[in-house]
Design a protein around this ligand. Structure first.
Ligand code: SAJ
Length: 441
């Protein structure tokens, strides 16, 4: 079967390569020319995805281009960002893909939308666009379905193949045909439903995660306010057989979890107060971390406008080189508004809007504060390095741990998420000499 995958991003590229691995002839289309040179993208792809791309290129069944061509199946994997100004999903890329597909659509072809969209988009936006552009009728002439991705960056290939999927068509035959395509490369279950239900399923999934992260964040702030160790309380609460409280953090980044739930809020504004409040709580967390940093700098007797703060981690989550909606970017804005000098360290990121130091000791040299923003596995050894870092930082150093990685930091003015101010620089040097450990250069 010939397939055309629109959008060669996080999901489109591995999906195109998986289809090629299974013997389909695949054309990957992207409007951004830099996304088309797959050989050059292999080095920064996740380990599993890198091998998949190489294999697909070697097979000769995957090629790329900027223009759509006729195919038996079209998969639309383009971004659907949130347009906060107009309080709606920005569907320009989806519309552009459908316009292009409509021009080459033939009877018997299948179109599947993978991009996360507001409720009703497949039926009310995509269908009429394809029909008007092609002169064909969905269901009667061509087939149309929605199949959302369920894959987490950092484990993309495994999850694309093994995690169950939901496929929903505008009619039964569309559902069946779409499910048949996905079953050629998915080893998990493929659940069949209608397109409206499939769209809602995806939004429910990401809204569930966003709301539960917000709950953990609010619990952390309550514990800080009351002087209780909230992380320990969460840890113990999660021993309850039916409780799973997520991890509080400095904010929710990425292009899905902080975005998709707004599509639900905007589809039913009067009855989604809980979801909206949760999203606003998550958006507040970078401000909360920045404010506590300023408070700790003041407690350490520093003139805030003369301090330098190093943000540890600029990617939106640990061990993933993606900086979209990174909490670090929001934290830096608040600190710089208070005339704090902000610099950045990250052991994973490949590109960022600001200079990023790769060596932690160099980054910390002369700094007044370190803020743990991203939970990179390379930061797990931070506790063992604190004595060394203290020795190169400014007098009366500050440590802000927004990820719950450091239990205590003698010699630092320390704040920890879920606990609040947990230590003062007056506590004297860290007892044991640090073991210089791998993970942080
Ligand atoms: N976060 C917390 N506390 C937690 C969990 C996450 O603060 O307990 C933060 C992370 O640090 C990060 C953000 O939330 O900033 C989101 O991280 P995530 O791992 O929960 O989810 P994402 O953004 O990696 O979501 C991805 C999405 N897929 C792609 O980006 C291709 C999403 O559509 C998927 O539904 C999701 O993985 C998934 O888990 O399937």
């Amino acid at each position: 079967m010939t397939c055309c995958v629109m959008g060669l991003g996080y999901i489109g590229l591995p999906t195109a390569a998986l289809l090629a691995r299974k013997g389909h002839e695949v054309l990957g289309v992207d409007v951004r020319p830099e996304m088309l040179d797959l050989a050059s993208r292999i080095e920064c792809a996740e380990p599993g995805v890198a091998g998949l791309i190489s294999e697909a290129l070697d097979s000769g069944r995957l090629r790329t281009g900027t223009s759509v061509e006729q195919a038996d199946a079209f998969l639309v994997c383009v971004p659907t960002p949130h347009d906060a100004v107009h309080s709606e999903a920005a569907l320009d890329d989806v519309r552009g893909a459908c316009e292009a597909i409509g021009a080459v659509l033939r009877p018997g072809d299948l179109v599947v939308i993978e991009s996360t969209v507001p409720p009703g988009t497949t039926r009310k936006v995509v269908r009429p666009l394809l029909e008007s552009r092609s002169g064909l009728r969905a269901g009667a002439d061509f087939f149309l379905a929605f199949c959302p991705e369920r894959a987490r960056p950092g484990n993309l290939l495994h999850e694309l193949v093994h995690v169950d999927r939901v496929v929903g068509g505008i009619d039964g035959e569309s559902t069946r045909r779409a499910a048949a395509v996905y079953r050629t490369f998915i080893e998990g279950d493929v659940f069949e439903t209608d397109c409206d239900t499939a769209e809602m399923t995806k939004l429910f999934e990401n809204t569930y995660v966003a709301v539960n992260i917000a709950l953990a964040n609010e619990m952390a702030m309550v514990a800080e306010h009351l002087g209780v160790d909230g992380l320990e309380a969460i840890r113990l609460a999660n021993h309850h057989p039916r409780v799973r409280i997520l991890n509080p953090g400095p904010g929710v980044g990425g292009h899905c979890i902080p975005v998709d739930p707004w599509f639900l809020v905007e589809s039913a504004p009067g009855i989604t107060a809980t979801i909206k409040a949760a999203l606003l709580t998550n958006e507040y967390m970078p401000i909360h971390v920045a404010h506590t940093t300023i408070l700790a700098l003041r407690r350490a007797g520093k003139k805030v406008s003369r301090t330098r703060v190093v943000l540890l981690g600029v990617t939106y989550k640990g061990d993933v080189a993606d900086t979209r909606a990174s909490p670090a970017t929001a934290i830096a804005k608040v600190l710089e508004a208070a005339n704090v000098t902000v610099t950045f360290h990250d052991p994973v990121v490949t590109e960022y809007e600001r200079p990023v130091e790769r060596d932690l000791v160099t980054a910390a040299r002369g700094a007044d504060a370190l803020v743990v923003v991203t939970d990179h596995s390379g930061y797990r050894n931070l506790p063992q390095m604190l004595n060394l870092l203290k020795g190169v930082m400014a007098f009366h150093p500050v440590l802000i741990d927004a990820r719950g990685i450091v239990a205590s930091a003698p010699g630092f003015e320390m704040w920890r998420i879920g606990a609040g101010m947990v230590g003062s620089a007056d506590a004297g040097p860290v007892a044991s000499e640090p073991r210089l450990v791998k993970g942080i250069s």
